[in-house]
Design a protein around this ligand. Structure first.
Ligand SMILES: [Mg+2]
Length: 225
């Protein structure tokens, strides 16, 4: 059995700013500071790391567990609102690819994303892709992408038949974080230049496979044989 772990933002979809607007609103609501999230380069970072950077930028200190809880409590309904009010872009070829992979009996699909779990499901749902996934590793599991990838691998075991081994894990993502942490977690790494990093920038991190996008079904499926 092969496990395929997809990153969400920039890989499967783009929320076109809905995530940023929801985080901005949550931060403004509690701390009265506007556009806090807009100033952060969030690509490839986990939600806890993004939160740490926002606190450092705006308040020059770290956040407490309670503060994170309060912010996420507002962020989640704001994210629901923002994704409902705007269009989520699905990346080229993704629906066809996921439909194809979902039918394969030798493949199990999961996500490996820096989003906290509730946020991840809202984004996947807004793109109509949530039904392809039952589990994943999330920013709510760890601030370190390597660890949340390992968490997703552990959860995959519960989703395959008893006694079936996961022989190979693939991490598919749009940033150097996906490539470097995927490799550290023992996965085959697949870079895709549909997010904020160019093909050349991703190439510097030597992914095992590299694509401009995942639109060519035949070629993409070939790496999972
Ligand atoms: Mg990403």
């Amino acid at each position: 059995m092969k496990l395929l772990l997809f990153d969400i933002d920039g890989t499967l979809l783009l929320t076109n700013g809905a995530g940023t607007r929801a985080a901005n609103r949550a931060f403004e609501n509690i701390y009265g500071i506007s556009e806090a999230m807009t100033k952060i380069d969030a690509a490839g970072k986990t939600d806890p790391i993004i939160l740490k950077e926002i606190f450092k930028n705006e308040l020059n200190r770290d956040y407490s567990h309670e503060e994170a809880k309060e912010l996420y409590k507002l962020y989640i309904p704001f994210l629901e609102e923002e994704t409902s009010a705007s269009e989520t872009t699905v990346m080229p070829g993704i629906p066809r690819l996921l439909e194809n992979l979902s039918r394969r009996e030798d493949i199990v699909l999961g996500v490996a994303t820096g989003n906290i779990e509730q946020g991840a499901w809202i984004k996947l749902k807004s793109a109509g892709l949530d039904h392809h996934f039952k589990f994943g590793g999330f920013g709510s599991d760890s601030h370190l992408r390597e660890h949340l990838i390992i968490k997703a691998k552990e959860r995959a075991i519960d989703h395959v038949d008893n006694g079936t081994d996961i022989q190979k894990t693939f991490v598919i993502g749009d940033t150097p974080y996906d490539i470097n942490h995927g490799r550290a977690a023992g996965a085959v790494t697949v870079g895709v230049a549909t997010g904020s990093y160019s093909r050349a920038e991703l190439e510097e991190h030597s992914p095992d496979h590299l694509f401009d996008d995942l639109n060519n079904l035949e070629i993409v499926l070939g790496i999972f044989e």
